[in-house]
Design a protein around this ligand. Structure first.
Ligand SMILES: Nc1ncnc2c1ncn2[C@@H]1O[C@H](COP(=O)(O)OP(=O)(O)OP(=O)(O)O)[C@@H](O)[C@H]1O
Length: 357
C-alpha cells in the first residue's frame, strides 16, 4: 500500500465576482455572479512509505490546496485519494491518528498556555496513553532540545523555538506520515539546519513518510530524493532532484587556474571545434562553459593536455536557478515532455467544498 495515492484529483473553488461601481455593488446585493477557479487540475501521483517528497511550485500553483485535500480539510471536486489507506475527508477520525501536520504560517499550539499544556491537550485529542506519551515526549524534547521551553507560554517563544514545538506537537501521536507546509519559513539558517537534520534522522530511524511544500529549495536539496513540481494546478515534473538538474541545467561551468599567463585566443585554440565558451577572470584564471551536448571529459581533456594546470573547480548546478528558470518559462512541459496533462473540461462542484469537522 502506498502512503499517499492520488488519482485525477481536482479542486475547484467558486469565487464571487464583484461588479464595478455603485450600481454593480447594488446588483451584487440581489444577484451574485460566481466564477470558478480550478486550483488543482486532475493530478495523479503515488508516494511510497518512507519517502521524503518535495512538493513545489510558484505562489498560487495549488500546493496548499493539495495538502488541504490530503489532510482532510478540503473535499475534492473529483478524483480519488487515499492516505494511509483512508479517504481523508470521509474517514477523518481514524485517519488523523496516522498523520501529523505542520503549517509553517499557522500554529496548532494554544497561544497563552505553557507548551507542555498544549502537548497534554493534544495527547487527549489523539488519545495517546500517558506512559507512551511521556516516553515519546522525552525523546522528542531531547532530540529537538526543548527542555527549558516546555513551561513557557507559546506567545513568548521565538519563531525558531515555536517551530520546534510545532514539530513535536505534530509527532506526539507517532504518525507515519508528516505533512509539512513551509516548515522553515522565516527561520535563520542555524534553526533551518537543525530542523532538516531532525527530519532526516526521523525519516531514517522511523521510516516516516514526509510530504514537504517549501519555497526554500535548500530544504528540498537537504531532504528530498524526489520532487513534484506544480504549475497552474498541474504536475509538470515528478522525479529525482538530480534528474531535474540534469534535464534543465544548460550545462556546466569549469574554472581553471593555469601555471602561466593565458589568453582567450590560446584557450579557444585548445578547444577548437567544441561548442564551449570561455570567460577570462584574470591572467591565469578562466572559466569554460560546457553545454550539455558537449562531453565534459573531452573538453577538460583538451585543456589539461594543452596547458599547465594548477587547479580545477567544477561548479555544481544551482537548483534555485534551474527551478526559477522553469517557473519563468511557464510550463516545464514545453522543454521536457514530462508528465504534464491537459486540464479536463470544467466540472460542476458536486460536493461540499470544506470537509465537515
Ligand atoms: N478558498 C479558496 N477560494 C477561492 N480560491 C482559492 C481558495 N484557496 C485557494 N484558491 C486559489 O487556488 C489557487 C491555488 O492556491 P494555493 O493556495 O493552493 O496555492 P499555493 O501553491 O499553495 O500558493 P502559495 O505558495 O502562495 O501558498 C490560487 O489561484 C488561489 O487563489
Amino acid at each position: 500500500m502506498h502512503a499517499i495515492d492520488v488519482k485525477d484529483l481536482r479542486k475547484q473553488f467558486k469565487v464571487q465576482k464583484n461588479r464595478e461601481g455603485l450600481s454593480g455593488a447594488l446588483k451584487d446585493l440581489f444577484k451574485r455572479d460566481y466564477r470558478e477557479v480550478t486550483a488543482v487540475k486532475d493530478i495523479s501521483f503515488q508516494i511510497p512509505q518512507g519517502e521524503i517528497c518535495g512538493y513545489i511550485g510558484e505562489n498560487g500553483a495549488g500546493k496548499s490546496t493539495t495538502i488541504k485535500m490530503l489532510t482532510g480539510i478540503l473535499v475534492p471536486t473529483s478524483g480519488e485519494l487515499k492516505v494511509n489507506g483512508f479517504i481523508p475527508y470521509k474517514e477523518r477520525e481514524k485517519f488523523v491518528n496516522g498523520i501529523g501536520v505542520v503549517f509553517g504560517q499557522r500554529s496548532q499550539l494554544w497561544w497563552d498556555i505553557g507548551v507542555i499544556e498544549s502537548f497534554q491537550l493534544l495527547r487527549k485529542v489523539y488519545r495517546v496513553p500517558e506512559a507512551e506519551f511521556k516516553k515519546r515526549l522525552d525523546n522528542l524534547v531531547e532530540r529537538l532540545q526543548l527542555g527549558d521551553l516546555l513551561n513557557r507560554p507559546v506567545r513568548k517563544l521565538s519563531l525558531g523555538q515555536r517551530m520546534r514545538c510545532e514539530l513535536v506537537a505534530s509527532l506526539l501521536h507517532n504518525p507515519s506520515i508528516l505533512f509539512l507546509d513551509e516548515p522553515t519559513i522565516g527561520l535563520d539558517i542555524v534553526v533551518k539546519t537543525e530542523i532538516r537534520d531532525f527530519l532526516l534522522e526521523m525519516n531514517r530511524q522511523e521510516g516516516t513518510t514526509i510530504l514537504l511544500t517549501t519555497h526554500d529549495l535548500q530544504d528540498i536539496e537537504a531532504l528530498c530524493s524526489r520532487v513534484i513540481m506544480l504549475d497552474d494546478g498541474q504536475i509538470i515534473y515528478d522525479g529525482g532532484l538530480d534528474e531535474l538538474k540534469t534535464r534543465w541545467s544548460k550545462g556546466r561551468e569549469i574554472q581553471f587556474q593555469f601555471g602561466s599567463h593565458t589568453s582567450l585566443t590560446k584557450l579557444q585554440a585548445l578547444t577548437a571545434g567544441l561548442a564551449v565558451s570561455w570567460t577570462i577572470d584574470n591572467d591565469v584564471t578562466a572559466k569554460m562553459f560546457v553545454p550539455h551536448e558537449v562531453s565534459v571529459s573531452e573538453a577538460m581533456g583538451r585543456v589539461v593536455g594543452g596547458a599547465e594546470i594548477r587547479d580545477i573547480k567544477i561548479f555544481e548546478t544551482n537548483t534555485d536557478e534551474i527551478v526559477r528558470g522553469i517557473y519563468q518559462t511557464g510550463s516545464a512541459e514545453a522543454s521536457s515532455g514530462t508528465v504534464a496533462k491537459q486540464p479536463a473540461e470544467a466540472m460542476e462542484v458536486k460536493k461540499e467544498e470544506v470537509a465537515s469537522p
